[in-house]
Ligand binder design. Structure first.
Ligand SMILES: [Cu+2]
Length: 134
C-alpha cells in the first residue's frame, strides 16, 4: 500500500515537472480558425506586428497570443490588443490566446495598444497601427 502511494506521488510530481518544462519550452502553433484571421503575438518586447491592415466593411478576427508566462510580475503574463474607436478589447492570458471578431466600417488609421504591461499604452513598443482601407 505504501509503495502504491509513493508511486502515485512520484508520478504526480514528475508529471507536474514535465508539464511545467513542456509549457516553458514548447510553443505549438495555434489551431487554424475559420474566417479572415490575423494572428498577433505579444511579449514584454512588444507585438510581432506593428501594423495590421484590414478592409472596411469586412469582418476580421484578430487572435492575440501572449508569449509570456504567469511568473511575469508586470501584468502577470497577460497582454492586450485594444482599439478604442472600434470597441475591440482582447486580453490574452499567460501563454494563451484570445480572439475577437469585428468589422471596421470606415477607412482610417487607428491605434492598437496593450495597456497591461511595461508602462502600458505610453510605451511605443506596446502599440501599433490598424489601417482600415476602403
Ligand atoms: Cu503587453
Amino acid at each position: 500500500m505504501r509503495a502504491v502511494a509513493f508511486a502515485s506521488v512520484s508520478v504526480l510530481v514528475l508529471g507536474a515537472a514535465g508539464f511545467l518544462l513542456f509549457q516553458a519550452f514548447w510553443k505549438p502553433n495555434l489551431p487554424r480558425m475559420a474566417g479572415n484571421v490575423i494572428d498577433i503575438s505579444a511579449d514584454m518586447g512588444g507585438f510581432t506586428r506593428k501594423e495590421v491592415r484590414v478592409k472596411a466593411g469586412q469582418p476580421v478576427t484578430v487572435r492575440l497570443r501572449s508569449l509570456d508566462n504567469s511568473h511575469h510580475t508586470d501584468g502577470g503574463g497577460k497582454h492586450q490588443w485594444a482599439v478604442d474607436e472600434l470597441d475591440v478589447n482582447i486580453i490574452a492570458p499567460p501563454l494563451g490566446s484570445s480572439s475577437a471578431t469585428f468589422t471596421a466600417d470606415r477607412p482610417g488609421t487607428y491605434t492598437f495598444y496593450c495597456d497591461i504591461c511595461c508602462g502600458g499604452r505610453a510605451n511605443p513598443t506596446m502599440s501599433g497601427r490598424l489601417v482600415v482601407t476602403g
